[in-house]
Design a protein around this ligand. Structure first.
Ligand SMILES: Nc1ncnc2c1ncn2[C@@H]1O[C@H](COP(=O)(O)OP(=O)(O)OP(=O)(O)O)[C@@H](O)[C@H]1O
Length: 360
């Protein structure tokens, strides 16, 4: 499916989606992420045909499908609210769309039984939604989308009403379904873990526009700009202002009172920033505690969050607040002064005006 300059203006003329260009590959699991209101749900609704496209073309199998009704698009949608028919039992909920599509009765029965089995619902077909748990209801919603064998699945935060452990198990189920069905899936979420684990690619949106689209690993390793850098990753990347200088033809960065030479692979490009301010990005796991004299920064601990396998430390430094992620437990406490080291080869550099990654 290709989104060619897709724009959506609502009646008040606000641009919910602004010239979106996106190619969704057959069989891929594309995750849409971005802050609240950036246009994720609108994008799904435009693909589904539930909203009219204001400008641009939506192309599927070499045909422009802007004017096709939702029913003509062979798309299955799963929402955050399960949207099941409360008075129909599970079987009837699954049968509804098939009846509408005039699927013969024998085929329909076989399709329902097969899908119910796939999702572990075969013992629950006679139950009404109110007699199901939240997780079971969401599985019915998934089954209802799957049973029609759509070409594309659209998911709008399907797990956000589930508790933490059900989210994990249902997430695995969706991943398994994707492998089994090999269908194209487009999935909206606020959850970083879902985005990183489910997506073959992640599309990061901001204010109706696409900021970056790439594999989860590439987005994490090479964010295109400071927006993506701070949006992907929890806790987020630290972004600090540093100064670039050159001494004896070797460029260096000054942060706080310390300066150090720029790693060789980045030296040439950063020389162009001689005398300028750059934004230095560093992920919390690429900072470490060190001894006095070997530090790049000195900080005072403001908060400590012990999470079992790791501890996240919030420090105040003279170049701003810094987050550090340390493995396991340690004996630090609030108010301690710590010497902080940076893994220099893991630094990211952004232009301080355009906020774009200097190396992308
Ligand atoms: N029916 C509507 N009429 C007018 N404006 C709308 C309508 N639906 C959405 N919007 C606006 O369009 C923009 C994008 O909304 P959308 O729901 O697509 O964002 P989202 O990224 O899915 O947000 P969230 O993560 O909060 O669900 C928002 O500014 C929203 O207020």
């Amino acid at each position: 499916m290709i989104l060619n300059g897709i724009t959506k203006k609502y009646n008040d003329n606000s641009l919910a989606v602004n010239n979106l260009n996106l190619e969704i590959e057959k069989g891929e699991f594309l995750v849409l992420v971005g802050p609240s209101g950036c246009g994720k749900t609108t994008t799904l609704r435009l693909i589904a045909g539930l909203e009219k496209i204001s400008e641009g073309t939506l192309v599927f199998n070499d045909q422009i499908i802007n004017e096709l009704s939702p029913g003509e698009r062979k798309i299955g949608m799963v929402f955050q609210s399960y949207a099941l028919y409360p008075h129909k039992n599970v079987y009837e909920n699954l049968a509804f769309g098939l009846r509408k599509a005039k699927v013969p009765k024998d085929n329909m029965n076989e399709m329902i039984q097969h899908t119910a089995k796939m999702l572990g619902l075969d013992g629950l077909l006679k139950r009404k939604p109110k007699h199901l748990s939240g997780g079971q209801r969401q599985r019915v919603a998934l089954a209802r989308a799957i049973v029609k064998r759509p070409d594309i699945f659209l998911f709008d935060e399907p797990l956000s009403n589930l508790d933490a452990s059900l989210r994990v198990s249902t997430r695995k189920e969706i991943s398994k379904l994707h492998q089994q069905l090999q269908s194209t899936m487009v999935y909206v979420t606020h959850d970083q873990v879902e985005a990183m684990t489910l997506g073959t690619r992640i599309a990061v949106m901001n204010k109706g526009k696409l900021e970056q689209i790439d594999t989860p690993a590439n987005i994490y390793k090479n964010p295109k700009n400071t927006f993506v850098a701070s949006f992907i990753g929890t806790p987020p990347m630290n972004l600090l202002h540093g100064n670039v200088g050159i001494k004896d033809k070797v460029p260096f960065v000054t942060l706080s009172k310390r300066c150090w030479n720029i790693p060789k692979d980045k030296a040439e490009k950063l020389s162009e920033y001689d005398g300028q301010v750059v934004i230095v990005g560093i992920r919390p796991e690429d900072l470490f505690l060190t001894t006095k004299g070997n530090e790049h920064l000195t900080g005072i601990i403001e908060t400590l969050e012990y999470l079992g396998s790791e501890t996240v430390i919030f420090c105040k430094t003279d170049v701003g607040d810094v987050l550090i992620r340390l493995e396991g437990y340690n004996h630090l406490k609030i108010g301690d002064t710590v010497q902080i080291g940076l893994t220099l080869e893991k630094l990211h550099f952004f232009d301080s005006v355009k906020e774009e990654n200097i190396f992308n």
